[in-house]
Write a protein that binds this ligand. Structure first.
Ligand code: ADP
Ligand code: GLC
Length: 494
């Protein structure tokens, strides 16, 4: 059985700011079913300590991490997830967002906070925790990007896979930090982690991991272009066949309309009555006109440029003019938050906005809305459209990344064979979104076609089982290949 250590900065249900947490909280459970023994290493933020429950205390396997004293806490969550919380009080005992301080700026020592996370993972690989030692470390996003660097610097206590969830967040810091991280000066090199005169944690992960993955096949291809590669497309092209795209899945035990504690009327496929009752509850919650026939669109999202929220704002009046309603839940860029607040104030009864983060409300929205809008400029995978499909809430999406891989556009041919599950548009412009909204409203008005699409959407299975098999095959392949590296057989090692 392969032993794999996940390393990430968030993990549902312990701490979550976005889709990364959902993936890190669910994939290990599916991997366990496929026969892989996974533990998740994450920082012991106050929130994590609160939710961890009964834990066993272990010493840091190789002593202080980058000079920081602390301990490890191992525990198993209610869902069965095996967690190792890295408790370095000076770095992690801070309330609030994992990345951002109360002044709205990044914590000034994030380079150390997440450098230490990676270093601790490599210490666990070298010396074990409670007798458990991973063969492979699966590092996620820039916060775990130094895992392959520490492995390379220390002679490789384990094999590594690095997953890019979003290439726009890179963890770039001054090169003068390198000695504080205990990494050799030679890593300040364009084939290691130098990036325009600074050091990049994301680049370190991509350049030095045994293999690199990302969260959808289309994003894996897009990343190789200048438009989507954010300055790292050349390196990704260079890594060639070492880069693969594996689609994210969803956790059916958390996202299940037939058994969801957050919704007033659970429902199965067919949806009809249950959805109508949830729609009423949602309209009430957002103070929208209680109109069962108005197509109700929702957004559950970070309110950022990535997510195309400006394109939606540009279409707001049009949506209302077509008889639609809109419910928005999100936080993000202050200017966008303000615009959505103003839109709600000016269009009461038609537009409702909640600025904030609310897991339970997000479930009610998936259950009660008719459609979910995801007009992202780029989207590595995207999970809200997958939850939408499962809840019979048809996604209206930009045709990019994982959105392109998961939604079947309701074009005439797809409608004819009953395959349509949503609406996709390209290019990602306000005009193309408007056209997609028009098509959605039109299909909604044709009740029977809408119900058929809803049924097709709910029939899809985007659970983790298939992707977990792909990951476990990949782990096996990496472990075998790096075994060969150790014997000096592989020619292109690094
Ligand atoms: P990203 O990770 O880029 O933000 P994803 O679609 O992969 O996008 O994942 C977003 C996750 O965060 C989903 O689980 C979504 O339901 C959740 N989410 C986003 N914003 C909010 C919010 N304001 N309140 C509750 N959940 C949210
Ligand atoms: C990132 C991406 C999102 C993806 C999530 C989980 O936050 O922006 O598209 O679904 O990671 O992989």
């Amino acid at each position: 059985m392969s032993r794999v250590l996940f390393v990430a900065s968030e993990c549902y249900p312990l701490v979550k700011t976005g889709g990364l947490a959902d993936v890190v909280g669910a994939l290990p459970l599916a991997l366990a079913e496929a026969g892989t023994d996974v533990r998740v290493l994450l920082p012991a933020y106050p929130e994590v300590l609160d939710k961890l429950g009964e834990a066993v205390e272990e010493p840091l396997p190789c002593g202080p991490v980058l000079g920081e004293e602390g301990r490890l806490l191992t525990a198993t969550t209610e869902a069965g997830l095996k967690v190792i919380a890295l408790d370095l009080p000076r770095l992690y005992r801070r309330k609030g967002n994992p990345y951002i301080g109360p002044d709205g700026a990044d914590w000034p020592d994030n380079q150390l906070r997440f450098g230490a996370l990676s270093k601790a993972a490599v210490d666990i690989a070298a010396a074990g925790v409670g007798g458990w030692q991973p063969k492979l470390i699966h590092a996620h996003d820039w916060q775990a990007g130094l895992v392959p660097a520490y492995l390379a610097a220390s002679g490789g206590a384990a094999a590594s896979l690095f997953t890019i969830h979003n290439i726009a967040f890179q963890g770039v810091f001054p090169a003068t930090e390198l000695p504080n991280l205990g990494l050799p000066d030679s890593f300040f090199h364009r084939e290691r982690m130098e990036f325009w005169g600074q050091i990049s944690y994301l680049k370190a992960g991509i350049a030095m991991a045994d293999k690199v993955s990302t969260v959808s096949p289309t994003y894996a291809r897009e990343l190789q272009s200048a438009e989507f590669g954010w300055g790292l497309d050349g390196l990704i092209r260079h890594r060639g066949a070492d880069v693969v795209g594996i689609l994210n899945g969803i956790d059916h035990s958390v996202w299940n309309p037939a058994d969801d504690p957050f919704i007033p009327a659970p429902y199965k496929s067919g949806a009809g009555k249950g959805k109508a009752a949830n729609k009423r509850a949602l309209q009430e919650r957002f103070r929208l006109a209680e109109d069962p026939d108005a197509p109700l669109f929702c957004v559950i999202s970070r309110l950022t440029e990535q997510k195309g929220m400006d394109l939606l704002l540009a279409n707001l009046q049009h949506l209302i003019w077509r008889g639609g309603q809109l419910a928005v839940l999100g936080t993000g860029e202050p200017a966008l938050e303000l615009s959505f607040r103003q839109a709600a104030a000016l269009n009461s009864g038609r537009v409702g906005v909640t600025i904030g983060y609310d897991e339970g409300l997000s479930h009610l929205m998936q259950a009660g809305a008719d459609a979910i809008l995801v007009p992202s400029r780029y989207e590595p995978c995207g999970l809200t459209q997958l939850y939408g499909l499962r809840y019979g809430t048809l996604p209206v999406v930009a045709r990019t990344g994982g959105l392109a891989d998961t939604v079947i556009d309701a074009n005439p041919a797809a409608i004819q064979i009953g395959a349509a599950t949503g609406f996709s548009f390209a290019p990602v412009t306000a005009e193309a979104l408007r056209h997609a909204l028009d098509r959605a409203v039109l299909l909604y008005r044709n009740g029977r076609a809408w119900r058929a699409a809803r049924k097709a959407a709910m029939r899809l299975d985007f659970g983790w089982a298939a992707s977990a098999r792909l990951y476990s095959d990949l782990y096996r392949q990496i472990i075998t290949d790096t075994g060969r590296t150790a014997n000096g057989v592989r020619a292109n090692g690094h």
